[in-house]
Design a protein around this ligand. Structure first.
Ligand code: SF4
Length: 368
Protein backbone atom coordinates (compact mmCIF):
# COMPACT_ATOMS: atom_id res chain seq x y z
CA UNK A 1 0.00 0.00 0.00
CA UNK A 2 1.31 3.53 -0.84
CA UNK A 3 1.44 6.35 1.69
CA UNK A 4 -2.01 7.60 2.73
CA UNK A 5 -3.09 10.80 0.99
CA UNK A 6 -3.08 13.86 3.22
CA UNK A 7 -6.85 13.90 3.54
CA UNK A 8 -6.81 10.29 4.70
CA UNK A 9 -4.03 11.28 7.09
CA UNK A 10 -6.18 14.11 8.37
CA UNK A 11 -8.99 11.70 9.12
CA UNK A 12 -6.55 9.28 10.69
CA UNK A 13 -5.15 12.12 12.83
CA UNK A 14 -8.62 13.07 14.00
CA UNK A 15 -9.33 9.45 14.87
CA UNK A 16 -6.07 9.18 16.82
CA UNK A 17 -6.80 12.44 18.63
CA UNK A 18 -10.21 11.10 19.61
CA UNK A 19 -8.48 8.10 21.13
CA UNK A 20 -6.09 10.38 23.00
CA UNK A 21 -3.08 9.47 20.81
CA UNK A 22 -0.52 12.01 19.60
CA UNK A 23 -0.84 12.77 15.86
CA UNK A 24 2.10 11.40 13.90
CA UNK A 25 4.05 13.96 11.88
CA UNK A 26 4.04 13.01 8.20
CA UNK A 27 7.26 13.03 6.22
CA UNK A 28 7.86 16.05 3.97
CA UNK A 29 7.12 15.62 0.27
CA UNK A 30 9.79 16.69 -2.22
CA UNK A 31 8.69 16.95 -5.83
CA UNK A 32 5.72 16.29 -8.06
CA UNK A 33 5.75 12.50 -7.84
CA UNK A 34 5.38 12.66 -4.08
CA UNK A 35 2.53 15.15 -4.39
CA UNK A 36 0.76 12.87 -6.88
CA UNK A 37 1.26 9.87 -4.60
CA UNK A 38 -0.23 11.81 -1.68
CA UNK A 39 -3.24 12.84 -3.78
CA UNK A 40 -2.31 16.53 -3.73
CA UNK A 41 -1.81 16.69 -7.52
CA UNK A 42 -3.82 14.57 -9.98
CA UNK A 43 -1.49 12.02 -11.57
CA UNK A 44 -2.74 13.24 -14.97
CA UNK A 45 -1.34 16.74 -14.25
CA UNK A 46 2.22 15.65 -13.47
CA UNK A 47 3.54 16.00 -17.04
CA UNK A 48 1.88 19.41 -17.44
CA UNK A 49 3.46 20.62 -14.17
CA UNK A 50 6.94 19.20 -14.87
CA UNK A 51 8.30 22.55 -16.23
CA UNK A 52 7.21 24.24 -12.98
CA UNK A 53 9.23 21.70 -10.99
CA UNK A 54 12.24 22.32 -13.24
CA UNK A 55 12.03 26.08 -12.61
CA UNK A 56 11.13 26.19 -8.90
CA UNK A 57 11.71 23.75 -6.02
CA UNK A 58 8.79 21.84 -4.48
CA UNK A 59 8.62 20.77 -0.83
CA UNK A 60 5.65 20.46 1.54
CA UNK A 61 6.18 19.55 5.20
CA UNK A 62 4.09 17.00 7.05
CA UNK A 63 2.47 19.74 9.16
CA UNK A 64 1.32 21.61 6.07
CA UNK A 65 0.02 18.40 4.44
CA UNK A 66 -2.01 17.85 7.59
CA UNK A 67 -3.23 21.46 7.59
CA UNK A 68 -4.69 21.08 4.08
CA UNK A 69 -8.37 20.20 4.02
CA UNK A 70 -8.94 20.27 0.24
CA UNK A 71 -6.67 20.33 -2.85
CA UNK A 72 -7.40 23.99 -3.64
CA UNK A 73 -7.77 25.44 -0.17
CA UNK A 74 -5.77 28.41 1.21
CA UNK A 75 -2.98 26.18 2.52
CA UNK A 76 -2.69 23.99 -0.58
CA UNK A 77 -2.58 27.01 -2.88
CA UNK A 78 0.57 28.23 -1.12
CA UNK A 79 2.55 25.02 -1.62
CA UNK A 80 1.08 22.94 -4.46
CA UNK A 81 2.50 24.02 -7.85
CA UNK A 82 0.28 25.55 -10.51
CA UNK A 83 0.84 25.95 -14.27
CA UNK A 84 0.14 29.67 -13.76
CA UNK A 85 3.73 29.83 -12.43
CA UNK A 86 4.92 29.42 -16.02
CA UNK A 87 3.41 32.79 -16.95
CA UNK A 88 6.24 35.28 -16.52
CA UNK A 89 5.23 38.92 -16.92
CA UNK A 90 7.56 41.66 -18.20
CA UNK A 91 7.58 43.54 -14.89
CA UNK A 92 8.59 40.46 -12.86
CA UNK A 93 12.17 40.23 -11.59
CA UNK A 94 14.63 37.54 -10.51
CA UNK A 95 15.62 39.63 -7.45
CA UNK A 96 12.50 41.76 -6.85
CA UNK A 97 13.62 43.40 -3.60
CA UNK A 98 17.19 44.04 -4.77
CA UNK A 99 19.11 41.93 -2.20
CA UNK A 100 22.08 41.60 -4.56
CA UNK A 101 22.36 45.34 -5.22
CA UNK A 102 23.40 45.97 -1.59
CA UNK A 103 25.64 42.94 -0.91
CA UNK A 104 29.12 44.08 0.30
CA UNK A 105 30.12 40.45 0.99
CA UNK A 106 28.54 37.15 0.06
CA UNK A 107 25.31 36.41 1.94
CA UNK A 108 24.95 39.89 3.48
CA UNK A 109 22.59 42.71 2.43
CA UNK A 110 23.37 46.19 3.86
CA UNK A 111 20.57 48.49 2.69
CA UNK A 112 20.04 50.69 5.76
CA UNK A 113 22.82 52.10 7.97
CA UNK A 114 21.78 50.47 11.25
CA UNK A 115 20.93 46.93 10.12
CA UNK A 116 22.02 44.11 7.85
CA UNK A 117 20.35 40.98 6.52
CA UNK A 118 22.41 37.81 6.84
CA UNK A 119 21.21 35.06 4.48
CA UNK A 120 22.55 32.10 6.46
CA UNK A 121 21.09 29.46 4.17
CA UNK A 122 19.25 29.14 0.88
CA UNK A 123 17.29 26.13 2.12
CA UNK A 124 13.69 26.14 3.41
CA UNK A 125 11.45 23.56 5.06
CA UNK A 126 8.74 24.39 2.51
CA UNK A 127 8.92 26.12 -0.86
CA UNK A 128 6.16 28.71 -1.14
CA UNK A 129 4.78 29.18 -4.64
CA UNK A 130 4.81 33.00 -4.28
CA UNK A 131 8.27 33.34 -2.71
CA UNK A 132 10.07 36.60 -3.48
CA UNK A 133 13.41 34.77 -3.32
CA UNK A 134 12.20 31.78 -5.35
CA UNK A 135 15.03 32.12 -7.86
CA UNK A 136 17.62 31.98 -5.07
CA UNK A 137 16.26 29.46 -2.55
CA UNK A 138 16.73 25.72 -2.66
CA UNK A 139 19.99 25.67 -4.56
CA UNK A 140 23.12 26.22 -2.50
CA UNK A 141 22.15 25.27 1.06
CA UNK A 142 23.91 26.84 4.04
CA UNK A 143 26.38 29.70 3.73
CA UNK A 144 29.91 28.32 4.13
CA UNK A 145 31.82 28.90 7.38
CA UNK A 146 34.27 31.14 5.47
CA UNK A 147 31.40 33.28 4.11
CA UNK A 148 29.81 33.53 7.58
CA UNK A 149 33.15 34.63 9.04
CA UNK A 150 33.57 37.26 6.29
CA UNK A 151 30.04 38.55 6.99
CA UNK A 152 30.72 38.68 10.75
CA UNK A 153 34.00 40.54 10.09
CA UNK A 154 32.07 43.09 8.00
CA UNK A 155 29.55 43.57 10.84
CA UNK A 156 32.34 43.84 13.42
CA UNK A 157 34.13 46.70 11.61
CA UNK A 158 30.91 48.68 10.96
CA UNK A 159 29.82 50.09 14.35
CA UNK A 160 26.70 51.71 12.86
CA UNK A 161 25.19 48.21 12.53
CA UNK A 162 22.96 47.65 15.58
CA UNK A 163 20.65 44.94 14.28
CA UNK A 164 21.29 41.70 12.36
CA UNK A 165 18.35 40.08 10.58
CA UNK A 166 18.82 36.36 10.03
CA UNK A 167 16.95 35.13 7.00
CA UNK A 168 17.43 32.78 4.09
CA UNK A 169 15.92 30.60 2.92
CA UNK A 170 14.85 29.86 6.47
CA UNK A 171 17.57 30.35 9.11
CA UNK A 172 15.94 27.89 11.52
CA UNK A 173 16.60 24.94 9.18
CA UNK A 174 20.14 25.11 10.62
CA UNK A 175 20.85 22.84 13.56
CA UNK A 176 20.46 24.28 17.06
CA UNK A 177 24.23 23.81 17.45
CA UNK A 178 24.98 26.00 14.41
CA UNK A 179 22.45 28.63 15.48
CA UNK A 180 24.06 28.71 18.93
CA UNK A 181 27.51 29.17 17.37
CA UNK A 182 26.25 32.05 15.22
CA UNK A 183 24.42 33.69 18.12
CA UNK A 184 27.54 33.46 20.31
CA UNK A 185 29.57 35.22 17.63
CA UNK A 186 26.95 37.94 17.16
CA UNK A 187 26.73 38.44 20.93
CA UNK A 188 30.51 38.98 20.96
CA UNK A 189 30.22 42.05 18.68
CA UNK A 190 29.65 44.90 21.17
CA UNK A 191 27.64 47.23 18.90
CA UNK A 192 25.12 44.53 17.86
CA UNK A 193 22.24 44.75 20.32
CA UNK A 194 19.42 43.05 18.42
CA UNK A 195 18.99 39.95 16.28
CA UNK A 196 15.78 39.46 14.33
CA UNK A 197 15.02 36.01 12.94
CA UNK A 198 12.60 35.68 10.04
CA UNK A 199 11.25 32.15 9.83
CA UNK A 200 8.36 29.99 8.70
CA UNK A 201 9.48 27.00 10.84
CA UNK A 202 7.24 27.45 13.94
CA UNK A 203 4.19 27.18 11.65
CA UNK A 204 5.28 24.82 8.86
CA UNK A 205 7.47 22.48 10.94
CA UNK A 206 6.60 23.20 14.58
CA UNK A 207 8.27 20.01 15.80
CA UNK A 208 11.63 21.65 14.98
CA UNK A 209 11.19 24.28 17.70
CA UNK A 210 13.01 22.15 20.25
CA UNK A 211 14.16 23.09 23.75
CA UNK A 212 17.72 23.10 22.37
CA UNK A 213 16.78 25.56 19.61
CA UNK A 214 14.92 27.85 22.03
CA UNK A 215 17.93 27.85 24.33
CA UNK A 216 20.26 28.66 21.39
CA UNK A 217 18.27 31.85 20.76
CA UNK A 218 18.99 33.28 24.20
CA UNK A 219 22.08 35.38 24.84
CA UNK A 220 23.34 38.92 25.45
CA UNK A 221 21.48 40.49 22.53
CA UNK A 222 17.73 40.94 22.30
CA UNK A 223 16.20 38.37 19.94
CA UNK A 224 12.90 38.90 18.15
CA UNK A 225 11.39 36.13 16.05
CA UNK A 226 9.25 37.17 13.08
CA UNK A 227 6.99 34.31 12.05
CA UNK A 228 5.80 34.04 8.46
CA UNK A 229 2.21 32.81 8.18
CA UNK A 230 -0.58 33.68 5.76
CA UNK A 231 -3.79 31.96 6.84
CA UNK A 232 -5.42 30.92 10.12
CA UNK A 233 -5.73 27.36 8.77
CA UNK A 234 -1.92 27.03 8.96
CA UNK A 235 -1.97 27.88 12.65
CA UNK A 236 -2.44 24.36 13.98
CA UNK A 237 -2.34 23.31 17.62
CA UNK A 238 1.25 22.16 17.07
CA UNK A 239 2.14 25.62 15.71
CA UNK A 240 0.48 27.25 18.71
CA UNK A 241 2.53 25.04 21.04
CA UNK A 242 5.77 25.88 19.18
CA UNK A 243 5.03 29.61 19.43
CA UNK A 244 4.26 29.19 23.13
CA UNK A 245 7.67 27.54 23.67
CA UNK A 246 9.32 30.65 22.23
CA UNK A 247 7.19 33.23 24.07
CA UNK A 248 7.40 31.35 27.36
CA UNK A 249 11.21 31.53 27.02
CA UNK A 250 10.93 35.33 26.88
CA UNK A 251 11.37 35.67 23.11
CA UNK A 252 8.97 38.29 21.69
CA UNK A 253 7.16 37.33 18.49
CA UNK A 254 6.00 39.34 15.49
CA UNK A 255 4.38 38.08 12.31
CA UNK A 256 4.76 38.81 8.65
CA UNK A 257 2.22 37.74 6.06
CA UNK A 258 1.93 38.15 2.32
CA UNK A 259 -1.33 39.35 0.79
CA UNK A 260 -2.20 36.56 -1.66
CA UNK A 261 -5.10 36.38 -4.09
CA UNK A 262 -7.10 33.22 -3.47
CA UNK A 263 -5.47 32.65 -0.07
CA UNK A 264 -6.14 35.55 2.30
CA UNK A 265 -7.52 38.42 0.16
CA UNK A 266 -10.67 38.99 2.18
CA UNK A 267 -11.41 40.87 5.38
CA UNK A 268 -12.70 37.73 7.19
CA UNK A 269 -9.59 35.71 6.23
CA UNK A 270 -7.19 38.43 7.40
CA UNK A 271 -9.20 39.09 10.55
CA UNK A 272 -9.16 35.37 11.42
CA UNK A 273 -5.40 35.20 10.84
CA UNK A 274 -4.60 38.27 12.95
CA UNK A 275 -6.94 37.21 15.77
CA UNK A 276 -5.35 33.74 15.79
CA UNK A 277 -1.87 35.29 15.91
CA UNK A 278 -2.77 37.56 18.83
CA UNK A 279 -4.27 34.53 20.58
CA UNK A 280 -0.82 32.92 20.21
CA UNK A 281 0.86 36.07 21.63
CA UNK A 282 2.22 37.12 18.22
CA UNK A 283 1.84 40.79 17.22
CA UNK A 284 0.86 41.12 13.52
CA UNK A 285 3.71 43.24 12.13
CA UNK A 286 3.79 43.32 8.33
CA UNK A 287 1.28 42.49 5.61
CA UNK A 288 3.45 42.49 2.48
CA UNK A 289 2.10 43.39 -0.92
CA UNK A 290 3.06 40.36 -3.05
CA UNK A 291 6.45 41.07 -4.68
CA UNK A 292 7.13 40.99 -8.40
CA UNK A 293 8.77 37.55 -8.30
CA UNK A 294 8.69 35.58 -11.53
CA UNK A 295 5.60 33.47 -12.13
CA UNK A 296 3.57 34.89 -9.23
CA UNK A 297 1.10 37.25 -10.93
CA UNK A 298 -1.84 34.92 -10.17
CA UNK A 299 -1.23 35.62 -6.47
CA UNK A 300 -0.93 39.40 -6.75
CA UNK A 301 -3.76 41.76 -5.77
CA UNK A 302 -3.76 45.42 -6.77
CA UNK A 303 -2.55 47.95 -4.23
CA UNK A 304 -6.04 49.51 -4.17
CA UNK A 305 -7.48 46.09 -3.21
CA UNK A 306 -4.93 45.79 -0.39
CA UNK A 307 -5.74 49.28 0.88
CA UNK A 308 -9.47 48.52 0.80
CA UNK A 309 -8.87 45.36 2.86
CA UNK A 310 -6.88 47.33 5.44
CA UNK A 311 -9.64 49.96 5.58
CA UNK A 312 -12.20 47.18 6.05
CA UNK A 313 -10.16 45.72 8.92
CA UNK A 314 -9.65 49.06 10.63
CA UNK A 315 -13.33 49.31 11.50
CA UNK A 316 -13.52 45.71 12.78
CA UNK A 317 -10.41 45.02 14.84
CA UNK A 318 -8.34 46.94 17.35
CA UNK A 319 -5.06 48.58 16.38
CA UNK A 320 -3.10 45.90 18.23
CA UNK A 321 -4.24 43.38 15.60
CA UNK A 322 -3.42 45.53 12.60
CA UNK A 323 -0.10 45.07 10.78
CA UNK A 324 1.41 47.66 8.44
CA UNK A 325 0.53 47.00 4.81
CA UNK A 326 3.88 47.49 3.05
CA UNK A 327 5.57 47.15 -0.31
CA UNK A 328 9.22 46.46 -1.03
CA UNK A 329 9.85 48.92 -3.83
CA UNK A 330 11.04 46.82 -6.78
CA UNK A 331 14.77 47.15 -7.42
CA UNK A 332 15.93 47.40 -3.79
CA UNK A 333 14.73 50.87 -2.75
CA UNK A 334 13.39 49.60 0.57
CA UNK A 335 10.07 48.98 2.25
CA UNK A 336 7.36 51.63 2.62
CA UNK A 337 3.83 51.55 4.06
CA UNK A 338 0.97 51.62 1.57
CA UNK A 339 -1.23 53.78 3.76
CA UNK A 340 -4.35 55.48 2.52
CA UNK A 341 -3.92 59.05 3.61
CA UNK A 342 -6.31 59.97 6.40
CA UNK A 343 -4.94 63.52 6.75
CA UNK A 344 -4.98 66.13 3.97
CA UNK A 345 -3.31 69.52 4.57
CA UNK A 346 -5.55 72.51 3.77
CA UNK A 347 -2.95 75.20 4.57
CA UNK A 348 -2.37 77.49 7.60
CA UNK A 349 -2.32 74.48 9.95
CA UNK A 350 -5.75 73.23 8.91
CA UNK A 351 -6.26 69.54 8.09
CA UNK A 352 -9.07 67.50 6.66
CA UNK A 353 -9.11 64.19 8.62
CA UNK A 354 -11.09 61.22 7.31
CA UNK A 355 -12.23 58.59 9.81
CA UNK A 356 -12.51 54.83 9.12
CA UNK A 357 -16.19 55.19 8.06
CA UNK A 358 -15.31 57.91 5.51
CA UNK A 359 -16.58 60.74 7.74
CA UNK A 360 -14.67 64.02 7.24
CA UNK A 361 -13.49 66.21 10.15
CA UNK A 362 -11.57 69.47 10.27
CA UNK A 363 -8.57 69.77 12.60
CA UNK A 364 -6.56 72.91 13.35
CA UNK A 365 -2.92 72.87 14.55
CA UNK A 366 -2.14 75.30 17.40
CA UNK A 367 -0.52 78.56 16.27
CA UNK A 368 3.26 78.75 16.85
S1 SF4 B 1 9.91 29.84 3.57
FE1 SF4 B 1 10.28 32.00 3.00
S2 SF4 B 1 12.19 31.98 1.80
FE2 SF4 B 1 11.42 29.86 1.88
S3 SF4 B 1 10.17 29.58 0.05
FE3 SF4 B 1 8.75 30.25 1.68
S4 SF4 B 1 8.70 32.49 1.50
FE4 SF4 B 1 10.51 31.78 0.36
Amino acid sequence: MGRPCSFHALLLGAALAEKGCAMKVLRAINGLDGLAEAGLVPRADVARLAPVETAFRIRVTGAMQQAMAAPDDPVARQFVPDVAELTIRDEELADPIGDDAYAPVKGLTHRYPDRVILHVTKTCEVYCRFCFRREAVGEEGALSDEAILAALDYIAVNPAIREVILTGGDPLVLSARRIKGLMDRLCAIPHVDMVRIHTRIPVVAPEKVSAELVSALRGRVVVWVVVHTNHAQEMTEAAEAALARLVDAGIPLLSQSVLLRGVNDSVPALEALFRRLMGCRVKPYYLHHCDLAKGTSHFRTTIAEGQALMAGLRGRVSGTLLPSYVIDIPGGFGKVPLVRDHAEPLGDGAWRITDWRGGVHLYQDPER
